[in-house]
Design a protein around this ligand. Structure first.
Ligand code: ADP
Ligand code: MG
Ligand code: MG
Length: 210
């Protein structure tokens, strides 16, 4: 069975829950190399996404993702708001009006999301941003889908790779975003946006039954 609209909504709600749970941690990570608002920004945004799902009834996975995108763009703010918003918007566009996403569809949505972040933020792997979590996640998702994994396993593979990517950010010197103002002093800290990306992917995988 594929990933239905209700599955996508459940995943978004799980995302809101994990962000709320890790709000303080994300604030602390951003305090070390940024302006200490990433946890607040993400919690505000995903709380609004969950609230939107209570009052609307999107008819397709793409419609749910698009709704999330518009809410994130208007509520998260900072650098991460437009970036996450664009990711969800591109993911929505990639799945079009399909009513259920299979494994390839899930991988395709993740890839499109990452491409949106790159188009908007111009970060590359190694710049110490959410791309350091997203890029390995997309690669792992693609490999899993190609080797016959179902959508849940695709998300689980993506999440695992993303968490490894998060660890890789610790040693990096930031070249994008606020943390780049610190230059060499940004090394030795985990990137908050990479961490939130990995947390979201874990929540999506768990919501899907991983
Ligand atoms: P702000 O830095 O404006 O306060 P947030 O704290 O919410 O916004 O988000 C910071 C995160 O955004 C960083 O940890 C990083 O992962 C991500 N980020 C910043 N700039 C870029 C970029 N150009 N491309 C990709 N991700 C970025
Ligand atoms: Mg910040
Ligand atoms: Mg800020």
């Amino acid at each position: 069975m594929g990933c239905t609209t209700q599955d996508v909504i459940a995943a978004l709600r799980a995302g809101a829950a994990v962000v709320a749970e890790h709000r303080d941690e994300l604030i602390q990570l951003d305090r070390e190399i940024g302006d200490a608002d990433h946890g607040e920004n993400m919690d505000r945004g995903f709380r609004a996404v969950a609230a939107k799902m209570d009052t609307t009834d999107p008819e397709t996975p793409g419609a749910a993702l698009k709704l999330a995108a518009t809410v994130l763009i208007s509520t998260v703010g900072g650098a991460s708001g437009p970036l996450y918003g664009t990711a969800f918007l591109r993911a929505a566009a990639a799945v079009g009006d399909e009513t259920e996403l299979d494994a390839a569809g899930v991988a395709k949505a993740l890839q499109a999301g990452m491409e949106g972040v790159v188009a908007r933020g111009r970060a590359e792997v190694g710049d110490k941003t959410m791309i350091d979590a997203l890029s390995p996640a997309v690669e792992a998702a693609k490999n899993a889908a190609e080797s016959g994994a179902d959508g849940t396993k695709v998300l689980a593979a993506a999440a695992e790779a993303a968490h490894q990517g998060v660890r890789s950010t610790e040693q990096l010197v930031a070249r994008k975003g606020r943390a780049s103002y610190l230059g060499e002093r940004s090394a030795g800290h985990i990137d908050p946006g990479a961490r939130s990306t990995a947390l979201l992917l874990s929540a999506f995988a768990e919501a899907a039954g991983a």
